[in-house]
Design a protein around this ligand. Structure first.
Ligand SMILES: [Zn+2]
Ligand SMILES: [Zn+2]
Length: 145
């Protein structure tokens, strides 16, 4: 736990963001989550932890952290709410169920080799990528039958 805290501190310091109680609380939740979260989900977790915060404050904080590149914002196909995750060097990809919207983190990135090839072939400096894989999760697959 102690270590996580200083990681967030370092990140905020690096991007020149002042640490506040709310920012730290939101980033701690994102750090502990296996998958990107919506503002509503963060709100519910904070509420469970007895942290009083307005949903609008969470939105505002997330927008600010996205602008400062501390957090990455993405939208999943078929969902109208944005999801947020901490921007890290070691990035994650997810499998997304189109029925229940469950997100299952994938252990590795299939694109690293492809990026290398692109770099040489297209003379293109790659700075990042997005990848989500859609389908039916185990439970929804059974329901479909
Ligand atoms: Zn499902
Ligand atoms: Zn990747």
């Amino acid at each position: 736990m102690q270590e996580n805290k200083s990681d967030i501190d370092d990140l905020l310091l690096k991007e020149g963001v002042k640490r506040t109680k709310h920012r730290i609380a939101i980033l701690e939740i994102l750090e502990q989550s296996e998958t990107p979260l919506t503002a509503d989900e963060i709100f519910l977790i904070l509420k469970e932890n007895n942290t009083s915060i307005w949903l609008s404050t969470i939105y505002r904080t997330l927008e600010m952290l996205t602008e400062k590149e501390v957090v990455r914002k993405s939208t999943i196909m078929g969902e109208d709410k944005a999801r947020y995750e901490i921007k890290q060097d070691a990035h994650k990809h997810c499998f997304v169920c189109v029925t229940c919207h469950k997100m299952i983190p994938l252990m590795d990135c299939p694109l690293e080799e492809f990026e290398e090839k692109l770099k040489d072939k297209m003379d293109f400096d790659v700075t990042g990528h997005n990848l989500e894989i859609y389908g039916y999760c185990h439970d929804c697959k059974l329901m479909k039958r």
